[in-house]
Design a protein around this ligand. Sequence first.
Ligand code: GNR
Ligand code: NI
Length: 180
Amino acid sequence: MAIRRIFETPDPILRQISRPVATFDDALKTLAGDMLETMYAAPGIGLAAVQVGEPVRLLVIDLQEPESEAKDAPIVRDPRVFVNPEILSTSDQEIPYTEGCLSVPEQYAEVMRPDRIRAKWQDLDGKVHEEPIDGLLAVCLQHEMDHLNGVLFIDHLSRLKREMVLKKLAKWRKEQAVDA
Ligand code: GNR
Ligand code: NI
């Protein structure tokens, strides 16, 4: 497995529409493994293949939630892989969540999305799954599926808010460059 470089906005690759996965081979499993390793190292809770430069309909998620409510409960890894995901239906109810993105580093903003979705996807062996999904997993899956369609979370903001985020990103990058 290998840690891959994460592409950042405004790299045009992030605007590509990812193509469906047609072959469930070892190369796909290697890419998914690399994506999980890259996501854990970042760290992040999700990653779409296009973010590591591979515009295919593959994404990984691990919410990295503690095992129980107890204080200091251990975080158990729960890696999930979604190939060719589709949203079959969404709730009318939307909820706000403060999102971030490894392709828009260190910037956060509130995005409204449907609260519950019904999703269909394939696993690394090509087996089809269909389930209702809610909570943080629903937020993250919708964020990752946006990446497959060339959409970033900042595209959901008003123009004013988006420009504020991009301005702060430019300032953060300048500071990084000085520190380096
Ligand atoms: O690590 C991530 N955190 C996050 C927080 C709220 C909503 C979505 C996300 S996904 C993000 C990683 C990422 O950029 N995935 O594409
Ligand atoms: Ni993202």
